[in-house]
Write a protein that binds this ligand. Structure first.
Ligand code: PLP
Length: 306
């Protein structure tokens, strides 16, 4: 049995009973957008930032969400509340909705809104010991083909990279753009540390990661930051490398293609930022309302459990 609860278009279901049509273009064509959000200690981390990014992804693909931002925010909080979990992971999704077997999005008249609330565990102990990475042969699609800031339901490019890592026995895949610049990991942003300076690519060839933004905030007044493009050799010559993502959090990368990075162990800058990130996510965020006390339950009064 899966943990958690799932909201689908106005109702909540146990995970096994949550369903969408096989004619939904989210399934047929990957036509839709999603978010990954975490909550810790009964608080949703950077909820408004995630809601804004989700609506921006939808806008970039011309998808009108079936719900306002304010309603969506309340649905997310109510889904957390109903899950009974105090720590977990949310996967909100807007799909284009049911259409016919052609890809024309105009045929889909009613987009769907799904919010999965469950748990996630990606790297376990490797948060402390560090991850191995390969360099994927598949490149990130160029911005003119697909804006990397659309967090779309089509992740095949990333999955092919991850499969290459799996086939080579590595934990993760580093991805380049078509010009050979370092872009990101298969589902995380990438940082390189040289001396005390923290480098990360600009969000031209990678997702505007919310964990990335948080790390940049945590660096303020502590470590100099340079947001600039770099190639693979810069990564291999780095003192430290780490990845950031809502699911993966902050994790050291200690080898790339078998080459040890720096000392081959998680470095001090990474470990400090990781600790400060964990402290921040566990002490801030939007509180999940309780059964009788919060605003979320009142505002989603029209919905029911199926
Ligand atoms: C391709 C890609 N890059 C980066 C990230 C990290 O983004 P965030 O920190 O907002 O989770 C993700 C996370 O989903 C991703 O899919």
């Amino acid at each position: 049995m899966r943990e958690g609860i799932v909201y689908v278009d106005g109702k909540w279901y146990p995970p096994e009973r949550a369903k969408l049509s096989v004619f939904d273009h989210g399934l047929l064509y990957g036509d839709g957008v999603f978010e990954g959000i975490r909550f810790y200690n009964g608080r949703v981390f950077k909820l408004d930032r995630h809601v804004d990014r989700m609506f921006e992804s939808a806008r970039l693909i011309g998808l009108t969400p079936p719900i306002t931002k304010e309603q969506f925010r309340e649905v997310i909080l109510e889904t957390c509340r109903r899950s009974g979990l105090s720590d977990g992971y949310l996967r909100p999704i807007f799909t284009r909705g049911e259409g016919d077997l052609g890809l024309d999005p105009r045929k889909s008249k009613a987009p769907s809104c799904v919010v999965i609330c469950s748990t996630i565990s990606l790297y376990g102990d490797k948060h402390h010991t560090g991850l191995s990475a390969i360099v994927a042969s598949v490149r990130r699609p160029p911005r003119v083909s697909l804006n990397p800031n659309v967090k779309s339901l089509n992740y095949l490019n990333n999955i092919l990279a991850k499969s290459e890592a799996n086939a080579k026995g590595a934990d993760e895949a580093l991805m380049l753009d078509v010009e050979g610049n370092v872009a990101e990991m298969s589902a995380d942003n990438i940082f390189v540390v040289k001396g005390h300076t923290v480098y990360t690519p600009p969000t031209v060839n990678c997702l505007v990661g919310i964990t990335r933004e948080t790390i940049l905030e945590l660096c303020e007044g502590r470590f100099p930051v340079r947001t600039e493009m770099f190639k693979l050799d810069f990564v291999l010559q780095g003192d430290e490398v780490f990845l950031t993502g809502t699911g993966g959090e902050v994790a050291p990368v200690i080898t790339v293609e078998g080459h040890p990075i720096g000392s081959g162990k998680p470095g001090p800058v990474t470990l400090e930022l990781q600790q400060r990130y964990f402290d921040l996510v566990r002490s801030t965020g939007t509180p999940i309302p309780t059964a009788n006390g919060g605003s979320a339950t009142e505002k989603v009064a029209a919905s029911s459990v199926a």
